[in-house]
Design a protein around this ligand. Structure first.
Ligand code: KG4
Ligand code: ZN
Length: 334
């Protein structure tokens, strides 16, 4: 069969990224233009600024990606685009770029759900084995998704309020760490001790999660300690928080593996970069004798390669859009 080169475009939040991926598995080139340095002054992503940055960056990112791959648009077979969910202004910039390329160069347009992208980041490392359980942990999502075959998603459960990454970022802000706080808490957690007691949220029989209670517990703890005149030991709080957040994910993952007789587990999303989670998931899957796939660090946070990889399997599944495709700030993965 002829090789298929897909151009993947991702602009759902604060990264403008374009990649070329061969046959859904092999990354040819990736360019990521991150806006973190701009947004960190505001303590989080400012949607209006993010959209304007995407407008500024996207043509350069495309040009650089093609140059890096030593390819032209004539070598590209299809264009995969994150249509949602995400920040609507940001999504629209990527979508318009994708539609324009699809129209001018007469290439199929493939709509990709952002979370499908995070899941398929794994196929850039290992071929996906089914049936599998995808543990999706990102800034906007915390979900357990079962897949029996390519591009067939069944949600077992998800967060009832905040996402785990969002919780990491908010807790980081409370203890004075810069956006994005997730990686900074992770770093501190390695040197602290779990001396602070925090409740494991939604410790029940469901496949759901809750992170707003954990966030509030940290805020209250910091507030109470301050009132008592005690200094917060940031590294100990980071360790205590990370232990609790990770335990919440692994306990529900364990339940799903056992109940659903899962043999393959993958982690997906920005928080898949977390060292505590990677370690705990490795331990859990080894104990239960199931396979674990974790994306390499560069594919954990948002990138065009995961969209191009997902786009390949979406295309094979017949998911091709016309130029009426619109962005969606919210959409269920299906
Ligand atoms: O998947 P992603 O790039 O964006 C969304 O689709 O939401 O994830 C970004 C999130 C942020 O909340 C960031 O703090 C978190 O992933 N993150 C981490 C780590 N690296 C990134 N959280 C905990 N530990 C990390 N090492
Ligand atoms: Zn993401």
């Amino acid at each position: 069969m002829k090789d298929m080169y897909i151009l993947g475009i991702e602009s759902s939040c604060d990264e403008t990224s374009i990649s070329i991926v061969k046959n859904g598995r092999e990354e040819i080139a990736t360019i990521i233009s991150s806006q973190i340095d701009i947004h960190k002054d505001y303590g989080g992503v400012v949607p209006e600024i993010a959209s304007r940055q995407h407008v500024k960056n996207i043509t350069f990112v495309l040009e650089e990606c093609l140059n890096k791959a030593n390819m032209t648009m004539d070598d590209i077979d299809a264009i995969a685009i994150t249509y949602g969910p995400g920040l609507i202004g940001s999504l629209l910039i990527g979508l318009e770029a994708a539609k324009t390329l699809s129209f001018i160069y007469n290439k199929p347009l493939i709509p990709v759900h952002h979370i499908a992208g995070h899941i398929y980041a794994n196929s850039l490392v290992n071929e996906l084995q089914f049936p599998l359980l995808a543990v999706v942990v990102s800034g906007g999502h915390t979900e357990l998704i079962e897949m029996d075959e390519h591009y067939k998603f069944t949600k077992l459960g998800g967060t009832l309020d905040d996402a785990i990454g969002e919780c990491y970022d908010k807790v980081a802000r409370v203890i004075g760490l810069e956006y994005p706080g997730g990686p900074k808490i992770d770093k501190l957690a390695k040197i602290g001790k779990p001396t602070y007691k925090l409740p494991i949220p939604l410790h029940d029989d469901s496949y759901n999660f809750s992170f707003s209670g954990l966030k509030s517990a940290v805020i209250n703890l910091v507030h109470n300690e301050k009132q008592r005149g005690n200094e917060i030991r940031k590294e100990d709080l980071a360790t205590s928080f990370q232990k609790t957040a990770v335990e919440s994910i692994t306990s529900k993952t364990k339940k799903a593996i056992i109940d659903r007789k899962i043999k393959n587990v993958i982690i997906a999303g920005g928080v898949a970069a977390n060292s505590g989670l990677r370690e705990a998931m490795t331990k859990l899957t080894t104990e239960l004798g199931v396979n674990l796939s974790i994306p390499s660090m560069k594919y954990c946070t948002d990138n065009g390669a995961m969209i191009a990889a997902a786009g390949y399997y979406a295309y094979k599944n017949g998911r091709i859009a016309d130029l009426s495709l619109n962005s969606k700030s919210q959409d269920t993965l299906k």
